[in-house]
Design a protein around this ligand. Structure first.
Ligand code: MSP
Length: 515
């Protein structure tokens, strides 16, 4: 079961445009998907849009549109943004698709038959922004404890899922499988939440119609969270194609933001247990990003969209910054100053200049042809050993996942290559005709080091990686490369043609206060 590496993002509400926060989860999932493909695994990477529920219905109504027309207009903003960011998702699920509705109905029917769903009166608070039911004791100053917005009093007949019946089992699962909820600090939050006692979960609504009708009582539409979680199994044909489903499920990683961990680490496992399905292997809750120290919000007018940053820094400048700057499990602050600083220091200078220096010298001294490697000296052995240690370490970092640490280590290697160029001073060797073989060896090692760098950055910065790979003289496309095999030292063929090319990351002007 589950031989395919399956990674998911939350499905995004279509009430708003994608921004750097929503793009953050998607980018992280993309790195994992690309990394596992590079390791030769079959991968299924899913993202999509969450289109039902009161919040989307309200957004549509405010614009005088039907919810479906509104969702149809908004979904392309997400697919377009993912294209812009070079996201390699294998599928894009929209919850208004029939394939999703059929599975959601089948699933709820199954739980009804097993006795885990019953009808009762609901009376309580509801936060439309978070689409969540709240107890009076949870409110803070009468408002939603998570988003601070006013809440509505809901009184209606609802179907309930017997969440309480599964509380103990879910808690035991979390405690016995430390990998299941990560990072650890968040795991403790989830266990304390369960220990406080779980009430049964309302899973249907009757006061509005924008949702999937319950097959056994179509006056009710499914509660949007209950329905949305099912996207993870509807996209892989649960109930429709058992062979496909079993080859992909369970998910290896559900990546989510910290505010929606509870749904993924408590309700979702209980739903799966009730349906007799295996649980996802790991759920990781990442932190939230603020913008220049402030919470991002429409009312503050400080929402940053990926497109403006990509225009300025290119897609790989964008990807590098968000993956390098923040520690995945912690909150972080986006600032234009740190973006500019990292771009100039780490991309334009450390990496971009290295590539351009090496290729210029190969052009000048060896006519743009990869020279013979010759016999390795001590310096080369160090570079070779460092690169193989880096391959192992990348594997550990991405198992965590700690994207920032992985990139920091790759950049240490880039620094080592820069030092190697400085210390071996090819420009001096070029002046001495008797040192021709030494010059060949040094240039070869620089090119080979860059080839390995390009391979290792490819999950993070796929476009830049492919450019470097071609420029150093690899004819085989980077797409066919595999880890760890392709990282073996010495695979760059002598005699192939290098290409100098344009600057990968043109330096940007800084103001005195930026540096
Ligand atoms: N539709 C639900 C998810 C259903 S999954 C079965 C939802 N959608 S959302 O559009 O509101 O948010 C989706 C993701 O974007 C969450 O993982 C959330 O953490 C992330 N982010 C939204 N704003 C964010 C920041 N400012 N910073 C980091 N991530 C944030 O919840």
């Amino acid at each position: 079961m589950g031989e395919v590496f399956y990674v998911t993002t939350p499905i995004y509400y279509v009430n708003d445009m994608p921004h750097i926060g929503t793009a953050y989860t998607t980018l992280a999932a993309d790195v994992l998907a690309r990394y596992h493909r590079l390791k030769g695994r079959e991968v299924f990477f899913l993202t999509g849009t969450d289109e039902h529920g009161q919040k989307v219905a309200q957004a549509a109504e405010e614009r005088g549109e039907s919810p479906q027309a509104w969702a149809d207009k908004m979904a392309p903003h997400f697919t377009g943004t993912w294209k812009l960011l070079n996201i390699s998702n294998d599928d894009f699920i929209r919850t208004t698709q029939e394939r999703h509705a059929l599975v959601a109905q089948l699933f709820i029917e199954k739980l009804k038959e097993s006795g885990d769903i019953y009808l009762d009166a609901y009376e309580g608070w509801y936060c439309i922004h978070d689409e969540s039911f709240l107890l009076s004791s949870q409110l803070v100053d009468g408002a939603c404890p998570d988003c601070g917005r006013p809440v509505d009093w809901v009184k209606e007949e609802n179907y309930f899922f017997r969440l309480s019946k599964y509380a103990g089992k879910v808690l035991r699962h979390i405690e016995e499988n430390p990998e299941f909820v990560q990072p650890e600090s968040r795991r403790n939050e989830v266990t304390s939440f369960i220990e406080l006692g779980l009430k049964d979960q309302s899973i249907s609504r009757t006061s509005f119609a924008w949702g999937i009708p319950l097959p056994f009582d179509p006056k009710h539409v499914m509660y949007v969270w209950f329905e949305a979680l099912l996207n993870y199994v509807s996209a892989i044909d649960y109930g429709a194609d058992p062979e496909r489903f079993e080859s992909i499920w369970p998910a290896d990683w559900h990546l989510v933001g910290k505010e929606i961990l509870r749904f993924h680490a408590v309700i979702w496992p209980a739903m799966l247990m009730a349906a007799g399905l295996p649980l996802p292997k790991r759920v990781f809750a990442h932190g939230w990003l603020t913008v220049e120290g402030e919470k991002m919000s429409k009312s503050l007018g400080n929402v940053v969209g990926p497109d403006e940053l990509v225009d300025e820094y290119g897609v790989d400048g964008y990807r590098y910054y968000f993956l390098r700057e923040f520690s995945f499990g912690s909150d972080g602050n986006f600032s234009r100053r740190t973006l500019l600083r990292r771009y100039n220091a780490e991309l334009a200078n450390d990496l971009g200049n290295l590539v351009s220096r090496v290729l210029t010298m190969v052009d000048r001294y060896r006519d743009g042809t990869v020279p013979e490697p010759g016999a390795p000296g001590e310096e080369e052995n160090v570079l070779r050993e460092k690169s193989s240690a880096l391959v192992d370490s990348l594997d550990r970092r991405l198992a965590a996942p700690a994207f920032n640490e992985a990139l920091a280590e790759i950049w240490e290697y880039i620094h080592a290559l820069n030092r190697y160029v400085d210390v071996s001073a090819p420009w001096s060797l070029a002046k001495d005709a008797s040192r021709g073989a030494d010059l060949d060896r040094v240039l070869y090692n620089c090119l080979e080091g860059l080839r390995i760098v390009s391979l290792l950055i490819s999950p993070f910065m796929p476009g830049t990686a492919a450019r470097i790979w071609e420029r150093v003289g690899m004819d085989e496309p980077l797409k066919g490369a595999r880890l760890p095999e392709s990282a073996a030292w010495g695979l760059l063929p002598a005699g192939s043609v290098t290409t100098r090319g344009e600057a990968l990351f043109p330096r940007k002007e800084t103001q005195p206060e930026d540096s």
